[in-house]
Design a protein around this ligand. Structure first.
Ligand SMILES: Cc1ncc(COP(=O)(O)O)c(C=O)c1O
Length: 325
């Protein structure tokens, strides 16, 4: 999916025309992967455009920056305001949101500290990542021959650009071998996550997902699914999962900002369950889409409405729960 190439990009507090939003080739991030970023979404709900869990995404950006000792003079409210300003400036109803903090241009050498920490926020229209059909039919996945980063190498909880070199190896191998996605094991051989998604296993009515210690990103969609599943009365266990638990699962699905809730219909060509979306996946997908499509009241306060003028469309409960800055 190509960029539209229009609109404006937020760079260190200034809205810059898309074509002018460039950085120098000698910027540190290009050579050494010294960037941390987020990927969030704004949905066009019947009650107005709303960013999904924007506060959680910007908090994770701050945490990633803390881990990499990248100080930037914006607090959480400042980040949220900057994202909303950028969406409004572009007049978008629904979009993908990509905030990025990176080591910029000053010197080149492994030590990043003499380079500035620069920031950007890019927003653009983007559809379903693995395809709309995948949401119902599911996708074919292989266990990657690559492992996820070992603990104490590249910190998996930091959403650092460097981690995505590993994700790219996983994705490219999967696609080259005829699969939609790769699922990665950690260095102990336990289930970790997809190239850009967390994973859930359904077995005998219980939901299982790997814990933070299995080299995963602490996914915000993962957190939502755990909350929604418990709300539906399901038991959820965050536990170390052996590889073979995937092959004998009743249902498997990926979750993430891009993948949303995508069923996995086969792993290594072993068909999972009925070979399409199973009932638990469907129930959770429905509960998730009901929130993001504004079909149910936002009781968790997950939506941040973008355009205050649309406040009149919302009930008092939603106006109180969703921030309308
Ligand atoms: C490696 C990885 N794991 C999991 C996720 C899912 O996280 P989230 O639900 O916060 O988008 C992502 C997406 O950002 C990711 O890149």
């Amino acid at each position: 999916m190509g960029f539209p190439g229009t609109g404006t990009i937020w760079m260190n507090g200034t809205l810059v025309p898309w074509k002018d939003a460039t950085i120098h080739i000698a910027s540190h991030v290009i050579h050494y992967g010294t960037g941390v970023f987020e990927g969030a979404r704004c949905y066009a709900t019947p009650r107005g455009s709303a960013c999904f869990r924007l506060d959680a995404h910007m908090r994770r950006l701050q945490h990633s920056a803390t881990i990499y000792r990248m100080a930037y003079p914006l607090d959480l409210d400042g980040w949220i305001a900057a994202v909303l300003e950028t969406i409004r400036a572009n007049g978008l109803k629904a979009c993908y949101i990509r905030p990025l903090l990176y080591r910029g241009y000053e010197t080149l050498g492994v030590n990043p500290l003499s380079n500035p920490v620069d920031a950007a926020i890019v927003v653009w229209e983007w559809g379903a990542y693995l395809g709309a059909e995948a949401l119902e039919q599911g996708v074919d996945v292989k266990i990657s021959t690559w492992a996820r980063m070992a603990p104490n190498t590249l910190p998996a909880m930091a959403k650092c650009t460097a981690n995505y070199a590993n994700s790219a190896l996983v994705k490219v191998e999967a696609v080259a071998d005829g699969y939609a996605e790769g699922l990665v094991l950690d260095v102990s051989g336990h289930v970790s996550e997809g190239s850009g998604q967390n994973v859930f296993v359904v077995r005998d009515g219980t939901l299982y997902t790997p814990p933070l210690g299995s080299s995963i990103l602490a996914g915000i969609t993962r957190d939502c699914i755990i909350t929604l599943a418990r709300g539906l009365g399901l038991t959820v266990a965050e536990t170390v999962l052996p590889r073979e638990s995937l092959y004998i699962a009743d249902e498997l699905f990926f979750v993430g900002t891009e993948a949303e809730v995508t069923p996995i219909r086969s792993i290594d060509r072993i068909v999972i369950g009925s070979g399409r979306r199973g009932p638990v996946t469907e129930a959770l997908q429905g509960a998730f889409f009901d929130v993001i499509n504004g079909k149910v009241p936002d009781t968790h306060g997950w939506l941040t409405y973008v355009y205050p003028a649309e406040d009149a469309l919302r009930t008092p409960i939603e106006t109180a729960a969703g921030t309308s800055r």
